[in-house]
Design a protein around this ligand. Structure first.
Ligand code: ZN
Length: 440
């Protein structure tokens, strides 16, 4: 009897946890059924992966899809469309929407909504606030929740917990790893009067300086150590934090943003104006060098885009009125592949950072490895394809990317989510079939 599969990915180089292997991959019922299929095997659908690398589905663990919010800027349908066009099989979405996701009712609404409109799978953050601390232990184990998110320094939205007393209460409420935006709010506020409207955009990195980030992370690590509560420090942006966090590997994991590996100040502010303004800010070469060193020696666990769209007109405002945040979900994989081609990291390390890493840090079940029995999520990439990233390729309704005009080598050719081919050759296929990610 010949083996029959729902789908066979034929002729590609599979990137397994133990190395690259030329193997056809068989899928049944949305799961990986065989790595290496019999020559006579048949399938309902065959994907030709000749000349391509077959990666386990890549995950962006840090996006703001702004839904509910302003659909003219971004939404879950358009944001996940951008994700699959960009080669991602799952995204983890932040809670600072309008209204924010901070209770069981709003979470349940979002869970149902996602599963009717999303193109990729999704994990959902729940916002921790000063008023929902008693609910967090229950909220963090709700289906689909990747983590509690704490804004310890001000950013977009109305979620903020800046003081040690409330931060410690939150750490003592629950068990799972908490994700933190770490910038010291007191220092941010104290430095604000040093600047005025219309100052150069590069002042963004001077106001939110190295000490703002480092102080925030030192305070969080002291509390995490005292309470024993695991922490994930989002978007670490300074050499000082990276060196400090090396002594907290037992309790803290680290996220790096693609922007901090790709863009450098102050040039980016002179070139991009408001379209270079994000939190924590893009910093100078010293910090970019430290970021790459931390990628190389394993101190970084995950890489995210911090996709945080704003209207084009809003990004033209003078500093500091210009809102912080850049689009990025669609450009994350192409830019990381370009870094692989430039020799800045290996393809294996990229997969570790963008698939295995997020699965390990957040405890995502059946994702993060190309192995039998796991979800049939794949990102097929052509390491040799050269393309130019342009604003008109961007699916987000706001319609811009800070990487407009950038030529990259390495491109996602197909995105497969639990056996559904949802993108092939820059075209979105079928219907939205995204599901909630399951977490341990
Ligand atoms: Zn963010």
């Amino acid at each position: 009897m010949t083996a029959h599969f729902d789908l066979i990915i034929r002729g590609g180089i599979a990137v397994l946890p133990w190395g690259e292997v030329a193997a056809d991959i068989g899928v049944r019922h949305g799961r990986i059924a065989a790595i290496g299929t019999p020559p006579a095997a048949t399938a309902t659908e065959i994907v030709n992966a000749q000349g391509l690398h077959v990666l386990p589905g890549l995950i962006d663990p840090h996006v703001h899809l702004r839904d509910p919010g302003d659909a003219a800027v971004e939404s879950i349908p358009t944001g996940t469309r951008g994700a699959v066009l960009g080669g991602l099989t799952a995204v983890f979405d932040m809670p600072n929407t309008t209204p924010s996701i901070t209770d069981t009712q709003r979470l349940a609404w979002k869970r149902d909504y996602v599963q009717s409109v999303a193109w990729c799978d999704m994990g959902l953050y729940v916002g921790g606030t000063k008023t929902n601390i008693d609910d967090l232990a229950a909220l963090e184990v709700e289906p689909g929740v990747c983590a509690i998110k704490i804004f310890a320094g001000s950013s977009t939205g109305d979620l903020m917990v800046e003081d040690d007393v409330n931060l410690e209460r939150i750490m003592r409420a629950g068990k799972r790893r908490i994700a933190y935006h770490s910038e010291d709010e007191y220092r941010l506020q104290a430095r604000k009067p040093m600047y005025k409207s219309g100052d150069p955009y590069r002042c963004h990195a001077e106001w939110r300086d190295v000490e703002c980030a480092f102080l925030g992370t030192r305070r969080l690590m002291a509390l995490a150590r005292a309470t024993g509560r695991p922490a994930h420090i989002l978007h670490v942006s300074t050499q000082e934090e990276l060196e400090y966090l090396a002594d907290y590997r037992d309790i803290a994991t680290t996220e790096m943003l693609v922007n901090h590996l790709t863009q450098v100040g102050p040039d980016c502010y002179d070139r991009l104006g408001g379209f270079g303004v994000m939190n924590p800010p893009i910093r100078d070469q010293r910090h970019m060098d430290a970021a790459w060193a931390a990628v190389a020696d394993g101190r970084v666990d995950t890489i995210g885009s911090d996709h945080a769209p704003h209207a084009h007109a809003a990004k033209l405002k003078p500093w500091p009125e210009v809102p912080a945040g850049l689009t990025g979900v669609q450009t994350l994989v192409p830019i990381m592949l370009d870094h692989v081609n430039a020799g800045r990291l290996s393809l294996a390390r990229m997969v570790d950072l963008m698939s295995a890493g997020p699965a390990r840090v957040y405890g995502a079940l059946n994702k993060g490895r190309l192995v039998a029995g796991y979800d049939a999520d794949f990102t097929l990439v052509d390491l040799k394809a050269t393309r130019t990233i342009t604003n008109d390729w961007i699916a987000a309704p706001c319609g811009w990317t800070p990487f407009d005009g950038m030529s990259v080598t390495g491109w996602p050719i197909a995105t497969i989510v639990r056996g559904h081919v949802v993108m092939r050759d820059d075209e979105v296929l079928g219907a939205p079939s995204g599901r909630i990610v399951r977490f341990a």
